[in-house]
Write a protein that binds this ligand. Sequence first.
Ligand SMILES: NC(=O)c1ccc[n+]([C@@H]2O[C@H](COP(=O)([O-])OP(=O)(O)OC[C@H]3O[C@@H](n4cnc5c(N)ncnc54)[C@H](O)[C@@H]3O)[C@@H](O)[C@H]2O)c1
Ligand SMILES: O=C(O)C(=O)C[C@]1(C(=O)O)C=C[C@@H](O)C=C1
Length: 295
Amino acid sequence: MEKDFGGFRNILIIGLGLIGGSIAVSLKNSGYKGKIYGFDLSEDRVKKAIEMKAVDEAFTDLKKIPWKEIDLVIIATPVKTFENVAKQIKPYLRKDTVVTDVGSVKGELVKKLQDILKPVKFVGAHPIAGTEKEGIENSVVGLFRNKKLILTIDEEDNSTKKIEKFWTDLGAKVEVMDPYTHDFVFASVSHLPHAVAFALVDALIELSKETGIDLFLYPGAGFKDFTRIAASSPTVWKDIFIENKENLLHTIDKFIQSMEKLKRYIEEENQDKLIEILSEIREKRLSLEKEEKDV
Ligand SMILES: NC(=O)c1ccc[n+]([C@@H]2O[C@H](COP(=O)([O-])OP(=O)(O)OC[C@H]3O[C@@H](n4cnc5c(N)ncnc54)[C@H](O)[C@@H]3O)[C@@H](O)[C@H]2O)c1
Ligand SMILES: O=C(O)C(=O)C[C@]1(C(=O)O)C=C[C@@H](O)C=C1
């Protein structure tokens, strides 16, 4: 099928960060023909976006945006800003403009945004792709290629089909999930791992203080691999943690239980149990590599 990115003629990206920027540069690189407009509160980000030719025009003032031309708005700011952003753009939107997002949390937020934006259609979307970097200066061409993209929709209609085509043409593999299941799943496989990585570095900061030995002078590859995501944006992640609080707290409790189990087996020097649990965990982790190869 011909690449038409859902047939949206002109697009506005709100939030010229890593994800908003990666959408812009990926569109430009894939032959998207329409205009890409950008908006950000930061003058520097706007300047950078224009300098990089990631967007055709970019603004820090909503009033200056050529709203009549905009067929699709993509909200790509930290999740706690979404409601305000929706309220601020609502008066400018054409009734047939579609609004979507890239937020890492869905749940109630999807319903709130649908209510704020009504009668304009809001379609919740979450690309399962990113890095620990922030800002458009770190954007990646092709970031979404072969990556999952979760659409949190109740039913298919013309707008959801267009959003699905938009992401398919960027190379993503679209899956539909209800917003609440989405938040449990990504609390487990994304938000908990980030919390654990942040906490692990925190533990080493505390141990360094307690002992007077700077443990960060001796990181091996394992520590670096494991904690790459602890370099992620504090602003983006405090919003994700708070917006998905209930699910995240539940997964943190499960993680503490697993740590306590491991601690107990170590304390008891229980070799059988350690072999049993570590073997089971290793099998699971290895099966993940195999699934990736099979894709
Ligand atoms: N980083 C990832 O790996 C990743 C992956 C998938 C989804 N997401 C989601 O994408 C969104 C953006 O994350 P990012 O990593 O691109 O962050 P980022 O920090 O790189 O970019 C966010 C941008 O939004 C701007 N901004 C903040 N508040 C604003 C407002 N009210 N109006 C306009 N601009 C505003 C900031 O100036 C910044 O340029 C978040 O909702 C995040 O949950 C992130
Ligand atoms: O690879 C990374 O750096 C990421 O953290 C990407 C990652 C994740 O896999 O957890 C982070 C947040 C998202 O909402 C989606 C993807």
